[in-house]
Design a protein around this ligand. Structure first.
Ligand SMILES: Nc1ncnc2c1ncn2[C@@H]1O[C@H](COP(=O)(O)OP(=O)(O)OP(=O)(O)O)[C@@H](O)[C@H]1O
Ligand SMILES: [Mg+2]
Length: 358
């Protein structure tokens, strides 16, 4: 044991915020609290602060006066990635660090929705929990319209609920396409906006899950799935996201509100809390165990999972860097903190493992 650093790799925005005492979506105090518990000192830096030939780094470390100051320290042997990187160059840099013996967990955290779907669909037990998903094309749209009465068309990666369209059959001949606040009816001829989206290869066409509703609005869940202090996967918490009235997307960025799962389940007479929780937990753990085979550094994800009216979990997406704020918005302080503490406990586990092997 002994006090050592845990590296927290952050984006430029969060980094400059920490210097000024405001860290945007990250809760620095939660890292500090977790650090105290596991005898680890959090230090914050950006990928740009790592230079290829040096084992030293300048990182923000808390001084006794409570302020964060730059200190030159050895690169921490275990690094928790909380940044999002887009370039090939960043990917190479992360790989080089790993090859040099540094453990970076959640190192690469951007996965296309189609890639994730293709991995999960291989597993027979997971298959019933996956909505049918196809790459966008006019041909696939027509095929999906024959099979399903409700469809979602969404970007293959990163949208925060933007650009998500819903297509639904209102009666035998008539369909509607919902986009933002607009609704357009059509029958045989596809409206221009739908034709354009369906022909865009950066989009997916997906069977719409008939999401359970809370006070008339569909909801889904954010499930924090993390590796813990024993190196095992656990569900740290589940929180509900309820769509704004009249909307079909639950994203907070699109006016969704956050409620505890308990509140949502209590509002649905047919659902039993323990049962729903257990089913989501089982599914989530199986899903991450499948994903980690392909992405070995995976240790902390936020799954979006819908439930049907009878509580059956259906997979929506896997967020590789969960901002965790949904737990804060639902006022679930203990769980929110736990989403920070658990990765730090995992870091402690990794550091101890490394020390044993030395
Ligand atoms: N197949 C589906 N059935 C029902 N609702 C869906 C489906 N796909 C998406 N949604 C709704 O749209 C929301 C946004 O979709 P999703 O979570 O897949 O992407 P996103 O949040 O926009 O992407 P990212 O997290 O990469 O920014 C979901 O939270 C859910 O409310
Ligand atoms: Mg989402």
């Amino acid at each position: 044991m002994g006090n050592s650093y845990i590296g927290i790799l952050v984006d430029g925005l969060v980094y400059s915020g920490i210097k000024r005492g405001y860290s945007y979506y990250e809760r620095v105090a939660f890292y500090e609290e977790a650090g105290k518990r596991f005898d680890l000192m959090p230090c914050f830096f950006r990928l740009g602060d790592v230079s290829p030939d040096s084992e030293w780094i300048q990182a923000l470390v808390k001084e006794t006066n409570g302020r964060y100051k730059l200190r030159t320290i050895p690169i921490p042997s275990v690094i928790h990635n909380r940044g999002l990187f887009f370039t090939k160059q960043a990917k190479v840099k992360l790989l080089n660090l790993q090859n040099a013996g540094f453990t970076i967990f959640n190192s690469w955290n951007r996965y296309s929705k189609m890639t994730v779907h293709e991995i999960l669909i291989q597993n027979e037990e997971l298959r019933p929990h996956l909505p049918e998903t196809k790459r966008a094309s006019i041909e696939n749209l027509k095929e999906m319209m024959e099979k399903h009465t409700e469809l979602i068309i969404k970007p293959n990666s990163g949208s925060l609920g933007g650009g998500v369209m819903m297509v639904e059959r209102t009666d035998n001949e008539v369909w509607t396409v919902n986009h933002n606040q607009n609704k357009e009816f059509f029958s045989s001829e596809l409206p221009g906006i739908l034709r354009k989206r369906a022909a865009n290869r950066y989009y997916l066409i997906q069977q719409r899950i008939p999401l359970a509703k809370y006070q008339g609005s569909p909801f889904d869940l954010r499930v924090s799935v993390q590796k813990n202090g024993s190196g095992e996967w656990q569900v740290t918490g589940i929180v509900g996201k309820v769509a704004k009235l009249g909307s079909y997307v639950t994203n907070v960025a699109k006016g969704g509100t956050c409620n505890s799962l308990r509140e949502l389940v209590d509002g649905s007479p047919g659902l039993d809390y323990d049962n729903v929780y257990k089913n989501i937990e089982d599914f989530s753990i199986k899903a991450v165990k499948e994903l980690v085979i392909q992405f070995p550094s995976l240790a902390d994800v936020g799954l979006d999972i819908g439930i049907t009216e009878d509580g059956f979990p259906m997979f929506i997406e896997c967020n590789g860097r969960d901002l965790r704020i949904t737990f804060g918005k639902a006022k679930m302080l203990d769980v929110w903190k736990a989403t920070y503490t658990t990765p730090i406990s995992y870091a402690r586990y990794l550091i101890d493992l490394k020390t044993e092997q030395e």
